[in-house]
Design a protein around this ligand. Structure first.
Ligand SMILES: [Zn+2]
Length: 437
């Protein structure tokens, strides 16, 4: 065990003490070298050398994605010549953000993923099949690849898509672990069933599920997770990360949320007034990077909503864990006094058999009140039953009943933008614009 593998089994007070010291180092770096943070500290009359406690640290105003979008290069703490790798966010939520890494940051990224894969039960004798993009400035692709090399395991860079090719590789090279988006895992299962491939006779023992949640807020598997588990007897381990964090939160085999790597990142869960929420309650994930050289971030608001769990895990680690992302702050919907995120609506639809396709439309009515309309394609004979079931389910899951419209499959496809310029089809259409709430 290295020092940090021991640290993550120590009482939380010891970890907190250690993290405070590391946070001070991040503050000293940004004070010395980041024009953005120099201005921020000056504007709020903050002398970082006066910060000695977590309470004092919490007085630093959080950084937002808008800040990075507007002042991207004012976050860089090294000379441009020291940058070895430029990664970027996907840009699905506005202008993409560039995160520049030094050679030391790439090493840190590799270490982070090595620790994550190890937490998820991987070792040097494993063979990983990566079903994801390795280029396009995608940080995670680089992280997984470098992390696997550090682990001393084998890697197959299969790339995304093409179930037939994925199975051909699985049969030829016998990988033990696949790294994959859960919705693509469903496509693999469909392909296997249509082509008489016996999934449980393959060599795969675990799937590291990236990009989408496989769990509900209470950590049980969600509808997608259950569908996978029903068809394929493999371990499903979730992992959560965002480019800006340069760090992942990955589940151990107990599947109780992604473990914090306390030597790499500090995390807070805050409410809309930037106050901490109690453990187990959803709030915004706010991070401070530790040990980052190129673009360190202090109290960065990720826009992702999740709960943090603090009780010790059965694996022996005492580090807090982050539960599944329940939604993005930008897509929050206020319905008759309750807060709803689109994934909760999606989950209810996924749970209901007989729905061929759907689109969730979010809009503001003439009183600027948020409304949800669910467009559904089902077989005509099923419509009354499905409508009745959904009304009942929505009442118990999101406490309101959205408007439901039953239309032919073709209309759904048009709404999703299928076949258009966008490669990705849209199942959630948010028409509220920036002033909606
Ligand atoms: Zn654990």
């Amino acid at each position: 065990m290295n020092d940090y593998q021991e640290l993550e089994r120590q009482p939380p007070e010891i970890t907190a003490q250690f993290q405070l010291k590391k946070v001070m180092e991040t503050l000293a770096t940004v004070q010395r070298a980041s024009p953005f943070y120099q201005r921020l500290f000056l504007a709020h009359s903050l002398n970082i050398h006066d910060i000695k406690t977590w309470r004092e640290f919490q007085l630093i105003p959080p950084t937002t994605k808008d800040d990075i979008q507007e002042f991207n290069w004012d976050f860089l703490c090294v000379d441009r010549s020291a940058v070895t790798e430029y990664t970027s966010t996907s840009g699905t939520l506005g202008k993409p953000v560039t995160i520049a890494l030094t050679a030391s940051d790439v090493k840190r990224l590799a270490y982070n993923e090595y620790r994550s894969f190890e937490c998820a039960g991987g070792g040097s004798s494993d063979l990983y099949q990566l079903m994801l993009t390795m280029d396009r400035q995608f940080m995670a692709g680089l992280a997984y690849y470098e992390g696997i090399r550090r682990l001393g395991a084998g890697v197959v860079r299969a790339g995304p898509g093409f179930p037939s090719m994925q199975f051909e590789i699985m049969q030829r090279l016998r990988p033990t672990i696949i790294v994959v988006i859960p919705s693509f895992l469903l496509k693999l299962i469909d392909y296997a069933q249509a082509n008489a491939i016996e999934l449980n006779k393959l060599s795969v023992k675990n799937a590291i599920c990236i990009g989408e949640s496989i769990r509900l807020e209470d950590l049980r598997l969600n509808a997608i997770g259950r569908r996978i588990a029903d068809s394929w007897n493999i371990g499903l381990l979730g992992t959560y990360a965002a480019t800006e964090m340069q760090t992942a939160f990955t589940e151990c085999s107990h599947g109780k949320g992604g473990h914090l790597l306390s030597e790499l990142i500090h995390v807070e869960i805050l409410d809309s007034g930037n106050q901490p929420v109690p453990p187990g309650q959803p709030g915004e994930i706010v991070i401070t990077t530790l040990g980052v050289e190129g673009m360190p971030l202090v109290r960065y608001k990720t826009g992702d909503i999740a709960s943090m769990f603090e009780e010790p895990c059965a694996c022996g680690r005492t580090t807090p864990r982050i539960g599944p992302i329940v939604g993005r702050l930008q897509n929050m919907i206020k319905l008759k006094g309750t807060t709803v995120y689109p994934p909760a609506v999606v989950e209810t639809i996924h749970e209901q058999p007989g729905i061929n396709d759907y689109v969730i439309e979010i809009y503001a009515d003439e009183f600027k009140t948020d409304r949800i309309k669910v467009w559904l394609a089902v077989d005509d004979s099923m419509q009354p039953t499905i409508q009745e079931k959904l009304i009942e389910r929505f009442q118990s899951t999101i406490k309101v009943t959205p408007d439901m419209v039953f239309v032919p499959q073709r209309e759904i496809e048009i709404m999703q933008g299928a076949g258009g310029a966008n490669r990705k089809i849209k199942k959630i259409v948010d028409r509220r614009g920036q002033f909606a709430h």
